[in-house]
Design a protein around this ligand. Structure first.
Ligand code: FAD
Length: 408
C-alpha cells in the first residue's frame, strides 16, 4: 500500500462506518484507516436509548463485523484515539504513539453529551447517554432506581423517559423551555408528544428553572425546581450534545464560533482542502440557501459520508440530501423529513388510526417538511414527494381516502 495515499478517518461512529462502506465499494478499502476512540467496533447509536435500555438481553449492534473490515482491507485502530493533527507533515498522532500519514483526513468525531458544570456525570447517580459505555451504565442504574429525573425534553431525554416509564419507574422530565422538542418539531407535534407522555404517567414540567444541586458522598442528593427542593434518586442529563472538535480547533481549522463545529463546504472540505469533516461535528451550507446547518442524525452522517467519498474520488458533488429523522417514544414512532420552516402553514392529514397523523408544512404552495406520528406509509410517501420537489395542493394531500403515494 502507498501510505502517502492513505485515507485516515477519525471516529468510528455512524459517519465513519458509512464512509468505510463507500470507500470499500469504490475499491479504496486498502488505503483506508479507521481510527476509533472507543474499543467497540463501530455500532448503531439509536438503539441505545430505545431497545438496549429496556432489556439486559439486548447487545450493542455493530455496523459490520471485524471480518468485513479485514476483507475490505481497512485497517482498524481501536481504543486508540487521535491526539493531534500535524497539517504541515500531513500526519496524525495516536494515543499509542503511532503516527499515520494521510493524503486525505476525514474528521468524523461526532458530538459529546453536554453536562452542567455543577453536575459531572462522574457522580454515582448522574448519567448521560452518548456511547455504548454510557448506555451500559445507565441500564445498570435503571435496574435499581425507582424514581428517575430527566433533565431536558429533547429527543434523547424523552426516549429515556418513555423507556423508564415502560420499565415501571416513576419519571419526571424537567424542561427549561416553554415546550418540548423546541429546536426540532412544530408546536402542534410537541403538544401531541406532551399529552401522550403525561397520559403515560410521566410528570413533564415545562418552563422550569433547575439549580441548587446538593452533592453528598459523591451522589446528587437533591436539587431545586423553581426554588422548591426535590430529592433525587437517579438523574439523567438529556440537555443536548456539542460537536467534538477539539482536534480540529487545535489544528487551526476554521470552526463555527457559536458551537465549535468544523466549517465545511458543500463537498465536506474544511478550510484545509486535504481535511474533510462529516456528521455531527460538521457545519455545512444548506444547498440553495447557503445557510449554515449542523444536524445530528443518522441520515446526515450516512449521506455526508457518501459526499466525502465522492470528493475523495475526485468527483465532488454538492451535499443536498433531504434531512430526515425518527424517534421512538413509548408507543409513538415520530418521523420528520425536511426542515421546519420559521414561517409556514401546517395541514393535518389523518393517519390510519386515531392516534396517528401527519403534519404537512407548506411555505406558499411548496411542501417543505413533513412530521408523522405512527403513520410510516404516509411518511415514506411524503418523503418521496419532498425528494422529488412535488407539492400536491394541501386539500388533496390531506384527503385520507387517497393514498399519499398517488401524488408522487
Ligand atoms: P458518532 O456516531 O457520535 O461517532 C463519533 C465517534 O468519533 C465516536 O465513536 C467517538 O468516540 C469518536 N471520536 C471522537 N474523537 C475521536 C478521536 N480524537 N479519535 C478517534 N475517535 C474519536 N439519530 C437518528 O437519526 N435517529 C435516532 O433515533 C437517534 N437516536 C439516537 C440515540 C442516542 C442515544 C444517540 C446518542 C444518538 C442518536 N441519534 C439518532 C443521533 C445519531 O446517532 C448521530 O447523529 C450519529 O451517531 C452521528 O454520527 P457521527 O459519526 O457523526 O458521530
Amino acid at each position: 500500500m502507498n501510505e502517502a495515499g492513505a485515507i485516515v478517518i477519525v471516529g468510528g461512529g455512524h459517519a465513519g462506518a458509512a464512509l468505510c462502506n463507500a470507500l470499500a465499494a469504490a475499491g479504496l478499502g486498502a488505503r483506508t484507516h479507521l481510527v476509533c476512540g472507543e474499543a467497540e467496533l463501530p455500532y448503531q447509536r439509536p438503539p441505545l436509548s430505545k431497545a438496549f435500555l429496556k432489556s439486559s438481553a439486548e447487545d450493542v449492534q455493530p455496523h459490520r463485523n471485524e471480518a468485513w473490515f479485514a476483507e475490505a482491507g481497512i485497517t482498524l485502530h481501536r481504543a486508540d484515539p487521535v491526539l493531534a493533527i500535524d497539517r504541515a507533515s500531513r500526519t496524525v498522532r495516536l494515543r499509542s504513539g503511532a503516527s499515520l500519514p494521510y493524503e486525505w483526513l476525514v474528521l468524523a468525531t461526532g458530538a459529546a453529551a453536554r453536562t452542567l458544570p455543577a453536575l459531572p456525570a462522574t457522580l454515582a447517580n448522574v448519567a448521560v447517554l452518548r456511547s455504548a459505555a454510557d448506555a451500559r451504565r445507565l441500564r445498570s442504574l435503571l435496574e435499581t432506581a425507582q424514581r428517575v429525573t430527566v433533565l431536558g425534553g429533547g429527543f434523547i431525554g424523552l426516549e429515556i423517559a418513555a423507556t423508564a416509564a415502560v420499565l415501571g419507574k416513576s419519571v419526571s422530565v424537567l424542561e427549561a423551555a416553554p415546550r418540548l422538542l423546541q429546536r426540532s418539531v412544530s408546536p402542534e407535534l410537541a403538544e401531541h408528544v406532551l399529552v401522550a407522555h403525561r397520559a403515560a404517567g410521566i410528570d413533564v414540567r415545562l418552563g422550569v428553572t433547575v439549580g441548587d444541586f446538593v452533592v453528598e458522598d459523591g451522589r446528587l442528593a437533591a436539587l431545586s425546581v423553581n426554588g422548591r427542593r426535590e430529592l433525587v434518586e437517579l438523574l439523567v442529563m438529556g440537555i443536548g450534545a456539542a460537536p467534538d472538535t477539539a482536534l480540529a480547533r487545535a489544528a487551526g481549522l476554521d470552526c463555527d464560533p457559536r458551537d465549535g463545529a468544523v466549517l465545511v463546504d458543500g463537498s465536506m472540505r474544511s478550510s484545509d482542502p486535504a481535511i474533510l469533516a462529516i456528521g455531527d461535528c460538521a457545519s455545512f451550507p444548506e444547498h440553495g440557501s447557503g445557510r449554515r446547518l449542523r444536524l445530528e442524525s443518522v441520515q446526515n452522517a450516512n449521506d455526508q459520508a457518501k459526499t466525502a467519498a465522492a470528493t475523495i474520488q475526485g468527483a465532488p458533488e454538492p451535499y443536498r440530501a433531504l434531512p430526515w429523522f425518527w424517534s421512538e417514544q413509548g408507543p409513538m414512532r415520530l418521523q420528520m423529513a425536511g426542515l421546519m420552516p420559521a414561517e409556514g402553514v401546517r395541514h393535518r392529514r389523518p393517519g390510519p388510526t386515531p392516534a396517528s397523523f401527519s403534519l404537512l408544512h407548506y411555505v406558499g404552495e411548496r411542501l417543505v417538511c413533513v412530521e408523522s406520528v405512527n403513520a410510516p406509509l404516509d411518511h415514506m410517501a411524503a418523503r418521496k414527494l419532498l425528494e422529488g420537489g412535488k407539492s400536491p395542493a394541501p386539500a388533496v394531500a390531506c384527503d385520507p381516502s387517497v393514498p399519499l403515494k398517488q401524488h408522487a
